[in-house]
Design a protein around this ligand. Structure first.
Ligand code: PLI
Length: 469
């Protein structure tokens, strides 16, 4: 390995990716012994989603809503205007989204899937296709529930964990052309563009790709909507990798990226450094009117969308913090620090290292297991047993079943995600995580996999139960 964490820092013109903040308040962690973890995991049906957090040591289940807020955000919580209608904090949020993302009209929602519900119901006519760059669990489900069919148009490299291309989140325009030729542009509801692409390992979309999509959409009169959940992280990769962007600020890059799209939905629980919140924002007034009307059915009045005033204030402040170059550099720097330790030990993972997580490649980790023995779920279980570290399956369980045939969807990627919450853990915690992954890698031959013994109808990965084979 030539590129150590230190040289990465030096490439950025400084000694390290060190965080641009210090710690003011701490929360104790829970240490457990192996016998207690064995009991807890059996009680949880070998599904890390069903563990109690008190039984977890380092929690890398998700980066969603697990962020640490700043002192400024906590101060913002104290000026929550809890009026039912017209809360002042709504207008602060509207200003922040207009300023940093550029969209005209905002509808707040309680979290990302609330926004997905609204955009899917307003922008999909039953029977239409929704092409996108790899599915996301809740996104695809809302598109299907609105009568749409998601079709994956991501570049082929995205499905290969060992391909080191810079922008593995891009949409393949030739695949879009083929879809239009086969079905006609009128059967396309909109393009569903995620940046970065969660299920592909947090891989980014290039500015060139979103520009090309804009002109493709103009030609075919199709809308382009962005899943902006991790678009700030995406902007960092453009700054680092794409010609012409090295000297632009992440905030500028984010706004340019969004300018090529017609609107976005957002889970603010990720990039925006809050514990709850989301939104949908669009430029077209007629569509906004529909969204603004529908939000009162599912979320709450259009000036709070299921959120407290204080949550909107924390989000407005968090958006401003999330686009600071120093912050985002340290955020991705920490993810890479962990990834590079694992790379040095030859641990198989999704390459290149993405934005929000390290995705271990469970197929290469446990070559003795078939996909039906749930290698990524097994890996998450083994990691928890070893050290109390909680990870998440992102493979066959997350992919669910084909809505028509009822068979398992079988994704090429069978990954276990070590997701890094923002501003929460230290470099020493990353060392502990790496050591535990190494320990289970050294024991990998003994592992025999899991079988499914309970499966709920929707988003099965959250509540499914397993037992060891
Ligand atoms: O969890 P929500 O409802 O706030 O957001 C749904 C959602 C939408 N898009 C993307 C790209 C996501 O990653 C996402 C939620 N992700 C979760 C919970 C995660 O653990 O990755």
């Amino acid at each position: 390995m030539t590129d150590t964490p230190r040289t990465f820092g030096q490439q950025l013109g400084r000694r390290s990716w060190a965080e641009p903040w210090k710690i003011k308040m701490v929360e104790p962690l829970h240490m457990t012994d192996r016998a207690a973890r064995e009991r807890a995991l059996a009680d949880a049906g070998y599904n890390t989603f069903l563990l109690r957090s008190r039984d977890v040591y380092i929690d890398l289940l998700t980066d969603s809503g697990t962020n640490a807020m700043s002192d400024r955000q906590w101060a913002g919580m104290m000026v929550g205007d809890e009026a039912y209608a017209g809360s002042e904090n709504f207008y602060h949020l509207e200003d922040a989204i207009h300023r940093y993302y550029g969209y005209e009209h905002l509808v707040p929602t309680h979290q990302g899937r609330g926004a997905e519900n609204l955009i899917s119901r307003t922008a999909i006519t039953p029977g239409q296709f929704v092409p996108g760059n790899m599915y996301f669990t809740t996104t695809r489900l809302h598109q299907e529930m609105a009568g749409g069919t998601f079709v994956d148009m991501i570049v082929d490299e995205a499905h290969d964990p060992q391909d080191r291309s810079d922008f593995k989140g891009n949409i393949d325009l030739a695949k879009l052309d083929a879809l239009v030729k086969r079905e006609g542009a009128a059967r396309i509801a909109y393009i569903s563009l995620g940046a970065t692409v969660n299920m592909a390992g947090g891989q980014p979309v290039s500015m060139a790709n979103v520009k090309a999509l804009r002109s493709w959409c103009d030609t075919h009169k199709v809308r382009l909507f962005l899943d902006a959940t991790r678009a700030v992280e995406n902007a960092f990769f453009i700054q680092e990798r794409e010609a012409g962007y090295a000297n632009k600020k992440v905030a500028e890059i984010l706004k340019e990226f969004c300018s090529y799209t017609d609107g976005a939905w957002m889970s603010a629980k990720k990039d925006s450094l809050v514990n709850i919140g989301g939104w949908v924002a669009v430029n077209e007034f007629a569509l906004f009117e529909e969204l603004r009307n529908l939000v009162v059915v599912f979320e709450g009045l259009h000036t709070y969308g299921g959120l407290a005033g204080r949550d909107m204030e924390a989000m407005a402040i968090g958006i401003g913090e999330s686009v600071q170059d120093d912050y985002i550099r340290s955020r991705i720097g920490q993810v890479r620090y962990l990834g590079r330790l694992l790379e040095e030990w030859g641990i198989p993972m999704m390459e290149p290292i993405g934005g929000h997580a390290i995705f271990l490649d469970a197929r290469r980790f446990y070559p003795q297991l078939t996909q039906d023995q749930f290698p990524a779920q097994t890996l998450a279980a083994e990691l928890y047993l070893d050290s109390g570290i909680r990870a998440m399956e992102r493979g066959i369980v997350s992919a669910g079943r084909d809505a028509r045939t009822g068979d398992h969807n079988r994704p090429k990627l069978e990954l276990t995600r070590l997701t890094i919450p923002r501003r929460v853990y230290t470099q020493a915690h990353m060392d502990v995580v790496a050591e535990s992954v190494k320990a289970i890698f050294d024991q990998r031959d003994k592992v025999t996999g899991l079988k499914l013994n309970y499966e709920p109808k929707y988003l099965r990965f959250f509540q499914a139960r397993f037992e060891p084979i």
